[in-house]
Design a protein around this ligand. Structure first.
Ligand code: KG4
Ligand code: ZN
Length: 342
């Protein structure tokens, strides 16, 4: 095997997407993701159904990833899996699969923190595209369905959480607002789309307060709920008449809070290299606002490609690549951890 070109298989199964990706050093060879439609009718992810769907998907997803990468499993140097955080049953499927495959092939097994993966997704190289990864040290606003964090990234594997949500995550807030309006799960992408046609100043919500660089979104969600409830009592067509304005106003408030804390973190640390990551970083208004903010604040910004915003296995494989260099291998006793922190 040629050690100059490290081939990595990454497996992601922390929530409701089964992913497998192959990297050759930093360069992406394949990135396959199988979503799960089964949760749609429940308005959220049902953990037991998610783990069963992962069991059905994992073998074909890994097969397709290897085929698309044009390599055989015997060419692999290491296999990585998401250790956590995530749903225990879902994590177990990816973790057990990765462990068995690494054991069978006699190659290292590497555990990856999902949130660290979201951040390191910025370092994935795509053939034929410009490669401008963030420079250390940088700040990363990591916004997903389960987390909202501002992370100081000093090196690939040296990260420190400076602030995080004390209750709901930003993505969760989007999903809950959507649910209140009767929109399907996951609500974030739909709120984003509908908000484009709406008036963001039609409805005002009290700005959430949390100490320092921390966040809090549960109060905002409650005031959104009360507004919809009270106005629907007066006019039961309220939501359908004002869906776009509700989406735009809610989204505007969330983005306002995220930006305020990011500015604060930049001022406190003196760091002007700013990245975003996680599912909510796919939000078009957040991406646009960050560009405007960059001009005012003198920031160099890093916005991930859409395919690396939401959950994917390429981010697990790139994190594995850096851990492989440091020989941070997991033993046979490695098990997933639903609340794994870094
Ligand atoms: O990172 P991710 O795929 O999974 C977790 O690790 O949680 O993030 C999923 C979250 C969901 O809450 C989803 O509604 C939100 O990201 N999301 C968005 C958008 N796309 C996905 N939120 C707002 N606007 C979007 N365009
Ligand atoms: Zn995620």
């Amino acid at each position: 095997m040629d050690e100059e070109f490290v081939k990595i298989l990454g497996i992601e199964s922390s929530c409701d997407d089964t992913g497998a990706a192959v990297l050759n050093n930093h360069t992406l060879l394949s990135n396959i993701i199988a979503g799960q439609q089964v949760h749609k009718e429940y308005g959220g992810v049902v953990p037991e159904l998610a783990s069963r769907a992962h069991q059905q998907n994992i073998v074909p997803v890994v097969d397709v990833a290897l085929n698309k990468a044009g390599i055989d499993k015997s060419d692999l140097h290491a296999i990585a899996f998401t250790k956590g955080p995530g749903l225990m049953g879902s994590l177990l499927v990816g973790g057990t699969f990765a462990k068995s495959m690494a054991l069978a092939l006699g190659i290292p097994l590497i555990e990856v923190n999902h949130m660290q993966g979201h951040i390191l997704a910025h370092f994935i190289k795509t053939e034929g595209e410009p490669y401008n990864p963030p420079r250390f040290p940088f700040l990363c606003l990591t916004v997903s369905g389960g987390h909202t964090q501002i992370v100081l990234v000093e090196d690939y594997l040296k990260m420190q959480v400076l602030g995080q949500t004390l209750d709901d995550a930003a993505g969760e807030a989007f999903d809950k607002a959507a649910k209140i309006m009767g929109l399907p799960y996951p609500g974030g992408p739909l709120v984003d789309k509908l908000a484009r046609e709406g008036d963001r100043s039609r409805f005002q919500f009290p700005a959430p307060h949390a100490p320092g660089l921390n966040f809090s979104f549960s109060g905002l969600k409650t005031s959104f709920l009360y507004l919809v409830r009270d106005e629907t009592e007066k006019d039961n067509l309220f939501v359908s008449k004002f869906t776009a304005d509700l989406c735009a106003s809610f989204q505007h408030c969330v983005i306002g809070v995220l930006m305020e804390k990011l500015r604060m973190a930049s001022r406190q640390t003196g760091i002007k290299e700013i990245a975003i990551a996680g599912g909510v970083s796919a939000n078009s208004a957040l991406r646009q606002t960050l560009k405007e903010e960059a001009k005012n604040m003198g920031w160099n910004i890093y916005i991930p490609k859409m395919e690396f915003c939401t959950d994917n296995a390429a981010m697990i494989a790139i994190t594995c690549y850096y851990k492989y260099q440091k020989k941070e291998f997991a033993g046979a006793s490695s098990v997933p951890s639903a609340r794994y922190e870094f």
